[in-house]
Design a protein around this ligand. Structure first.
Ligand SMILES: Nc1ncnc2c1ncn2[C@@H]1O[C@H](COP(=O)(O)OP(=O)(O)OP(=O)(O)O)[C@@H](O)[C@H]1O
Ligand SMILES: [Mg+2]
Length: 482
């Protein structure tokens, strides 16, 4: 981070110092919420986790060299005391941003594809100058400021992933790190239950273009009318991307190879060049175009963008992660998260990859879909059936409507199976697998179906689960960062 003294941190956060022998001592980072990541120069942020309280780990963080603890109460060592630790974290991040005048802040939001686009954009923008991008999916009121606090005096670009589960969230994240360029990917069903419908979701995502300055750039998806409508909510210049012929940055002649990887000609106002993505699934074309539009705005030539996109790999796990086993079986671990839009995209990629082969989908519950949840699950089941898969394995009681939806497609000849849990799913798939089969595994994050995929690839046997849970002992923060 850009170094600040404990006194400066106190000023930025409105904190009262407790047990601080020398307020002049510098916090050089990293700022951490997990005591195991504390080291000399660190600031430990004592957050209430979902299961334990960060304050209990303050001593451990200080013992590892943390300079002080940002806390809600005295911790028996150097502390900055504030009434609301999370709010103070945001204020500290803003103070660091204010000390980085040469920095360009980029915000990416949308219902799906934020992390993928962030990872693609980072691989392009890193070639232009020192870049900080979030770890995994650090995109909320905790992960976002923690990412901001990674910048140094040398950092030129900060790529931030901005998530919203309701109105006002993105506005708040933009207050912490005011973006110069904002990308909106799509408006879809993610967290639809919490938002209360797609129009409300659009309203919330639109807070990003609304936060941009007049000399900023709003990068909008030309193929999503709810995103395009956001052009009316921004003072910034609008640049569009998509498959629509009118988009400023376009993909032409899109095709996919046998592993579902897209090829297309990238067309930009500054020229065109061929792209061959390493990512699986045609839906990633939009994410690639968004990253391309972004890099173009930062002055990257079209040929370099195309070459960079073609070389880019997934940096975050369990998103269309494809493993080819020695017996010719292909496992697609897309279990990072799920909503109706992303499940449909994954099924379509599975169908492409399984052409001439047998395709199986292992699907679990999609959370946070609100009143329409059953219907949306049924539609996903129907989509799986219509994709002509050899088998659909539905995991868990909650996912039963997927089963019902698939049953309602009489023309489908495949095998339909319901299993109670992840272990049963692994057994069901293993019993059926033959050389050449392709298996997709997908559900919402909390269902934990990545364990099924990792068991199938041999990365981690499922009965080792208890041991893995034990590995996390000592971490105080168990809330979600995404
Ligand atoms: N444009 C898209 N359309 C449909 N599915 C998509 C699209 N982009 C990404 N996905 C799928 O959505 C899932 C999540 O991708 P990713 O992690 O990039 O999204 P995210 O927006 O960061 O999600 P989160 O809100 O959980 O942080 C993956 O399964 C990915 O394949
Ligand atoms: Mg994400």
């Amino acid at each position: 981070m850009i170094p600040l003294s404990v006194a400066q941190v106190a000023e930025a956060t409105g904190a009262r110092l407790a047990d601080v022998p020398d307020p002049g001592v510098l916090v050089t980072g990293p700022v951490v919420i997990d005591s195991r990541e504390a080291m000399p120069g660190s600031l430990f942020v004592a957050l209430p986790g979902t299961r334990t309280d960060g304050h209990e780990f303050a001593g451990a963080a200080l013992a590892s060299g943390a300079v002080a603890v940002l806390a809600a109460r005295p911790v028996g060592g150097p502390a900055l005391i504030v009434p609301d630790v999370q709010a103070a974290l945001g204020k500290l991040a803003r103070a660091v941003i204010d000390r980085a005048p040469r920095l360009t802040v980029i915000g990416i939001t949308g219902s799906a594809g934020k992390t993928t686009t962030k990872d693609l954009a980072a691989q392009l923008i890193e070639t232009l100058g020192p870049t900080v991008a979030p770890r995994n999916s650090f995109n909320n009121e905790i992960g976002h400021p923690l990412t901001v606090l990674k910048i140094t005096a040398q950092t030129r670009y900060l790529i931030s992933e901005l998530s919203a589960r309701g109105p006002g969230h993105i506005t708040e994240l933009c207050r912490i790190a005011p973006p110069q360029i904002g990308v909106v990917l799509c408006v879809g069903h993610a967290h639809a239950g919490e938002f209360g419908g797609l129009e409300r979701t659009a309203e919330a995502k639109g807070e990003l273009p609304a936060a941009l300055p007049a000399d900023g750039v709003a990068v909008l998806n030309a193929d999503d009318h709810r995103v395009m409508a956001m052009a009316a909510r921004t003072r910034a210049r609008v640049v569009t991307f998509g498959r629509s012929p009118g988009a400023d940055v376009r993909a032409a002649e899109v095709s996919t190879d046998e592993l579902g990887r897209a090829r297309f000609r990238l067309e930009t106002p500054d020229g065109s060049a061929p792209v061959r993505l390493q990512l699986h699934g045609e839906h990633h074309v939009h994410n690639a175009l968004a990253a391309a539009a972004l890099a173009g705005q930062l002055g990257m030539p079209a040929a370099d963008i195309a070459a960079g996109l073609s070389a880019a790999v997934t940096r975050s796990r369990w998103r269309m992660e494809v493993t080819q086993l020695s017996d010719g079986v292909t496992i697609i671990n897309d279990a990072y998260n799920a909503n109706p839009d992303t499940v449909r995209a994954a099924i379509s990629a599975l169908a492409t990859m399984a052409s001439g082969r047998r395709g199986f989908a292992v699907l679990g519950h999609m959370t946070e879909l609100g009143d329409d949840s059953d219907r949306l699950h049924e539609e996903v089941g129907a989509a799986a059936a219509r994709a002509g898969l050899a088998g659909l394995i539905v995991v868990g009681e909650q996912a039963a409507p997927i089963l019902a939806g698939a049953k309602a497609v009489p023309a489908w000849q495949g095998e339909l199976l319901s299993v109670p849990d992840a272990l049963a799913a692994v057994r069901a798939v293993t019993d059926r697998l033959r050389a050449g089969d392709v298996v997709l595994v997908k559900a919402s994050h909390s269902i934990g179906l990545e364990r099924v995929a990792m068991a199938l690839t041999g990365e981690r046997p499922l009965d080792a689960e208890a041991a893995v849970a034990g590995e996390h002992k000592g971490s105080h923060y168990r809330g979600t960062l995404s």
